[in-house]
Design a protein around this ligand. Structure first.
Ligand SMILES: O=C(O)C[C@@H](Cc1ccccc1)[C@H](O)SCc1ccccc1
Ligand SMILES: [Zn+2]
Length: 157
């Protein structure tokens, strides 16, 4: 699996609403998460969603880290979220230039809420809640859109 390919805009799997994972702590989801981590690292992403490696399941990873585009992004361990749900959004919005591993070569200014509180299952099957602000909130919303079959150009103001 030296090179796990990324699905590109136009492929059906990216336009579907992904299916919930029946067993968040099972072997299938654990292997899926491993493959997603490899693909994300291989392609230099700070996040990835399962449909991007052609698996229509509700699993996403956010891995904020400083990078040339966002040098002051917080450093965090990758967070793997199974069946994430948005509990609430902040009222404030901001716009940021986004890219997408599935839409190479395109950048767009995307307005999104600055904060989001989420509920999800981790790979042990335990239910977790998280309040995300700033860049992690941005990545989460971008990845959650992938689970809904939405790519960032649809959100460009
Ligand atoms: O394609 C993806 O879902 C991964 C994106 C996530 C992302 C998009 C917009 C803003 C933040 C994150 C990739 O990380 S795109 C490559 C990249 C790398 C570092 C910073 C921004 C974008
Ligand atoms: Zn993307």
């Amino acid at each position: 699996h030296e090179h796990i390919g990324i699905a590109l805009r136009g492929e059906k799997v990216l336009s579907l609403r992904a299916e919930a994972a029946e067993d968040p702590s099972g072997p299938l989801i654990r292997q899926l998460a491993k493959d997603m981590l490899i693909a994300m690292k291989t392609h230099g992403g700070v996040g990835i969603a399962a449909p991007q490696i052609r698996v229509s399941k509700r699993v996403l990873i956010i891995h904020s880290k400083p990078n040339e585009r966002y040098p002051d992004a917080p450093e965090m361990e990758p967070v793997i979220m199974v069946n994430p749900e948005i509990i609430s959004y902040s009222e404030c919005f901001d716009s940021m230039w986004e890219g997408c591993l599935s839409v190479p070569g395109l950048r767009g200014l995307v307005p999104r809420q600055t904060g989001v509180s989420v509920r999800y299952h981790d790979l042990t099957g335990k239910e977790q809640e998280a309040c995300l602000q700033g860049f992690p909130a941005r990545i989460f919303q971008h990845e959650f859109d992938h689970l809904e079959g939405i790519l960032f150009p649809l959100r460009v103001a």
